[in-house]
Design a protein around this ligand. Structure first.
Ligand SMILES: *Cc1c(COP(=O)(O)O)cnc(C)c1O
Length: 360
């Protein structure tokens, strides 16, 4: 008789829930912060021409050097800093946390990106979440600074703008946290294309600061490419635990090509930001709904008490998939999150929402 998973594997794994991705087949998909636009056909043709040159029989460049040079230039990364590529920034979070000894302390605000907790717990790290202030979703600095002092976290994760709340934390608070932290502070800038704010220029002043980016929210979620920027001292160590070919050849070629299309992405993100304003204003006009400001490509809103799940399900029945955050305990009670889609998708969402609200 072979041993069961529960005796072979770490006990924690048996108790974990898999990261569930909702099935969006046949639905208008406004749940995952994707850019709703693809490419015009002439650009698709140029991309396919590039793909024709690629040798699938060969391993990819393990260091993705060409891509690195393009990203350095576009992101204006100062020469003295290094980049680490990940199969999505999810993998970078995993690489960072894998570097820590068991029982190290990791700290992040709550609510924030769920992968910080999920991966930290998988790796038997001590994950401490510090509630944000209710409704403003600002960092609770007294508790943050006390916790940094008491727990001496090896890593602090801050999403800037934060997911799922959409706000940018006060930058001077972030600097205070970086200066008070004995370990690394990772600023997760997944929504940088929509936010006009970054800590890349602060890297030079803070040796314990790392800035993480991804191409996913820009419009390339399918290729899975994230990158971490920081001092060579840390990046070269983290690079040792990265798997050698984590960025496959199709991703490298596609990203190199896509990043030459800056005008297209600029136009798309500009449009998404404009439509975000339209959508926020339409939601504000609904008296039953409390809307939160957003510097990202999604909007968090609160429904009347105990209605979030039934509203979510009613929208789904009407063909609209958004994200239900209300089952999470804490500050997200009664909250739903909608990604900004194409204007007609946003309108379909709004009219389905209005129809639903009229019935309760
Ligand atoms: C979406 C998201 C990520 C993950 O991005 P991938 O590069 O697609 O893995 C990381 N951090 C935050 C805050 C996100 O919202």
């Amino acid at each position: 008789m072979t041993k069961s998973p529960s005796t072979l594997f770490r006990p924690k794994i048996g108790k974990m829930a898999a990261y569930k991705v909702a099935d969006a087949a046949g639905l208008i998909k406004l749940d995952a912060m994707e850019n709703p636009y693809h490419w015009p056909s002439d650009i698709t043709e140029q991309w396919l021409d590039k793909l024709r040159t690629c040798h699938l029989n060969r391993y990819p460049d393990p260091d993705a050097k060409e891509l690195g040079a393009i990203i350095r230039k576009l992101t204006q990364i100062p020469d003295q800093f290094d980049i680490l590529f990940g199969n999505g920034s999810d993998e970078l979070i995993q690489i960072l946390l894998m570097a820590l000894p068991t029982d190290s302390c990791v700290l992040a605000p709550e609510p924030s990106f769920v992968m910080y907790r999920q991966i930290a717990q998988t790796l038997d790290l001590n994950y401490h979440s510090i509630p944000l202030l209710p409704d403003s979703f600002e960092l609770d600095m007294t508790t943050m600074l006390d916790s940094i002092k008491n727990y001496q976290p090896s890593m602090v994760f801050l999403a800037y703008p934060n997911n799922p709340t959409g706000n940018l934390f006060n930058k001077s608070f972030i600097i205070e946290i970086i200066e008070a932290s004995p370990g690394l502070v990772i600023i997760d800038e997944a929504y940088a294309p929509f936010a006009d704010e970054t800590l890349i220029n602060d890297l030079e002043n803070h040796d314990n600061l790392l800035v993480m980016r991804t191409l996913s929210k820009l419009g390339l979620a399918g290729i899975r490419l994230g990158f971490l920027i920081g001092s060579t001292r840390f990046i070269e160590q983290l690079n040792k635990i990265r798997l050698p070919y984590n960025i496959n050849i199709l991703t490298q070629i596609s990203a190199e090509f896509a990043l030459t299309q800056q005008d297209l992405f600029a136009e798309q993100t500009e449009k998404i930001c404009q439509d975000r304003t339209v959508l926020i204003n339409e939601l504000i006009a609904l008296p039953e709904i409390q809307v939160f400001e957003s510097a990202a490509n999604f909007i968090l809103f609160r429904t009347p008490a105990n209605q979030a799940t039934s509203i979510f399900l009613s929208l789904k029945e009407q063909g609209i998939l958004i994200k239900n955050l209300s089952p999470q305990p804490g500050l997200l009670t009664d909250c739903l999150r909608v990604t900004v889609g194409k204007p007609e998708e946003n309108q379909a969402f709004l009219s389905a929402l209005k129809k639903t609200l009229a019935k309760i």
